[in-house]
Structures are given as structure tokens and as C-alpha cells.
Design a protein around this ligand. Structure first.
Ligand SMILES: NC(=O)c1ccc[n+]([C@@H]2O[C@H](COP(=O)([O-])OP(=O)(O)OC[C@H]3O[C@@H](n4cnc5c(N)ncnc54)[C@H](OP(=O)(O)O)[C@@H]3O)[C@@H](O)[C@H]2O)c1
Length: 251
């Protein structure tokens, strides 16, 4: 099936109403979320830099176009948007201007281009997702918007230092999630908007840093845990930051 194909309502199991949209659904954790949701019989729409339409945070127009595409699919199928899962993120690699970058071990390594790229992908892109996608959530009934963050974005939990750009951009994401959750509650009291820490997962993002001793899990295991956490979120938990066991992570 084409990644962006959505089954018609007739193909939907009655127990799984609604469309799930996975942004960054071509990444390590994102693609595992997509596979698991599909295995559970859910209608899933995948968007990423290689899909059609493409989602690339370096251009807000692509975020808007993807949201418009989702709106059309919702109208066409008559399904509500049940889950918006944002699995995008950046820790190391090539910035938009072509510079190779790694997490900073010291303030000596701070670099404006690398910091800007971390904020662009980890905070500003998801903020634009909030702007264009959160209005697509239904005005009534339970629905979830989940943004993959990272425990290292917790200020209270920062005992080791380092990784300035990743930590700070994930802390910014957490504040954006909390703020959007407050606004979302004014539209729909049952809607949930949360930040999730997936644990250490074996993907391209974590691979260079997976030290012995860290509990590195396969993406499929992480996807199962994360969907379990989302399904188990209690009313009133919107605006929270949870790990893959469903435990609250300090801000
Ligand atoms: N893996 C871990 O151990 C771990 C731990 C804590 C938190 N997390 C968080 O979990 C999330 C998923 O991580 P992952 O391990 O699955 O990483 P990954 O395999 O590297 O996936 C990252 C995703 O982000 C997308 N992306 C990167 N730059 C983008 C841009 N400019 N515009 C739009 N999309 C962009 C990638 O798109 P393409 O597919 O097109 O490359 C990919 O889908 C991230 O937020 C990460 O910070 C991961």
C-alpha cells in the first residue's frame, strides 16, 4: 500500500475508529509506530521528507500542504483525526546549511548553525505542526497529539550536562507542548496533547551513542510501549511529559 493511502471507512475495524497520522513516519521510531498501528488495523497516514506530499521543517509551506492533505483525507473518508504522532527529531548529522554536527560535549563546541538546526527540527518544526495540524483534531471526543521529546530535555533531570543544543531544543519543545495543551483544552476538553520520552531506542539517531549499560530497545518494542502509554492516558493528563512506562518525567 502506498504510505499515504488511507482505507475507506468500510475497511476500518469498528474498534479502531479514526485516522492516525505519523509525522516523521519514515524514521526509526516513526516507522515502527506506523507498522504497529497498521498491524492493529488502524488507518494510518505517513508523512516525512520522502513522502508525497513531503514534510520538511525547513519550509513552513510543506507543513501547511501536509495539513491540507490530511484535511482532505479526513473529509474524503469521514474519519476523525484520532492520533497525531510527531516522531521527527535531530541529534547529529548534517544541518540545513550542509555542516556536519555532533552533540556538544563542552561549551567550546557551541556553534550557531548547529544550535539553529537543532531548534529548527526539534522545536520550531513541531510548533508549526501545532499551528497547522492541531485545528484538525475533532472538537469532541478523545483524541491525542503526541510529540516525541527526550528525557535529556528535562531541566530538573539534567545531572550530566553536555548535548546543549539537543537538550535546550527539547526543553523548548516541552514548553510548546504544555502551552498548546492549554489552548487545545479550550476547543475540546477530552483532547490530549503530550510530550513523550521513548527511552533509548536502536535507531540512526541513537546508534553512535548507545553505550554498554544503556537499555537500548528495538523500535518495535518502543512503539508498543508508546502506543500503550497513549492508550492509557487518563483524562487530565494533557500537557504532561511521560516516559515509555507512562511515568511522569520532571520538567
Ligand atoms: N532513538 C532514541 O534513543 C531516542 C531517545 C530519546 C528521544 N528520541 C526522540 O524520538 C524521536 C524519533 O527519533 P528516532 O530515533 O526515530 O530518529 P530517526 O530515525 O533519526 O528519525 C528522525 C525523524 O525526523 C525526521 N526529520 C529530521 N529532520 C527533519 C526535517 N528537517 N524536517 C522534517 N523531518 C525531519 C526524519 O526524516 P527522514 O525520515 O526523512 O530522515 C526522521 O523521520 C526524535 O524526536 C528523537 O529526539 C529518540
Amino acid at each position: 500500500m502506498n504510505p499515504s493511502d488511507v482505507p475507506t471507512p468500510a475497511e476500518q475495524p469498528i474498534s479502531q475508529p479514526g485516522l492516525s497520522v505519523v509525522l516523521g513516519g519514515t524514521g526509526g521510531i516513526g516507522s515502527a509506530l506506523v507498522a504497529l498501528l497498521r498491524a492493529q488495523g488502524c488507518a494510518v497516514l505517513v508523512l516525512g521528507r520522502q513522502t508525497q506530499p513531503a514534510l520538511d521543517y525547513s519550509a513552513e509551506a510543506t507543513v501547511a500542504a501536509c495539513a491540507q492533505h490530511v484535511a482532505q483525507q479526513l473529509a474524503h473518508t469521514g474519519l476523525p483525526l484520532a492520533r497525531l504522532l510527531v516522531a521527527t527529531g535531530f541529534l547529529h548529522g548534517t544541518t540545513a546549511s550542509g555542516q556536519r554536527t555532533e552533540p556538544e560535549r563542552s561549551w567550546q563546541h557551541l556553534n550557531a548553525d548547529a544550535l539553529a538546526h537543532s531548534f529548527a527540527v526539534n522545536a520550531i518544526g513541531p510548533a508549526l505542526v501545532m499551528k497547522h495540524f492541531l485545528p484538525l483534531l475533532p472538537r469532541q471526543g478523545r483524541c491525542v497529539a503526541a510529540f516525541l521529546s527526550a528525557r535529556v530535555g528535562s531541566i530538573g533531570d539534567n545531572a550530566l550536562g553536555g548535548w546543549y543544543g539537543y537538550r535546550a531544543s527539547k526543553a523548548a519543545l516541552n514548553q510548546l507542548v504544555r502551552t498548546a495543551a492549554i489552548e487545545l483544552a479550550r476547543r475540546n476538553r477530552e483532547a490530549l496533547c503530550v510530550a513523550l520520552h521513548p527511552g533509548t531506542v536502536d535507531t540512526g539517531l541513537s546508534q553512535p551513542f548507545a553505550k554498554t549499560g544503556l537499555q537500548v530497545r528495538p523500535p518495535a518494542v518502543a512503539a508498543g510501549e508508546l502506543l500503550g502509554v497513549l492508550d492509557g492516558l487518563l483524562p487530565g493528563s494533557s500537557g504532561g511529559f511521560f516516559d515509555h512506562h507512562g511515568l511522569v518525567v520532571p520538567w
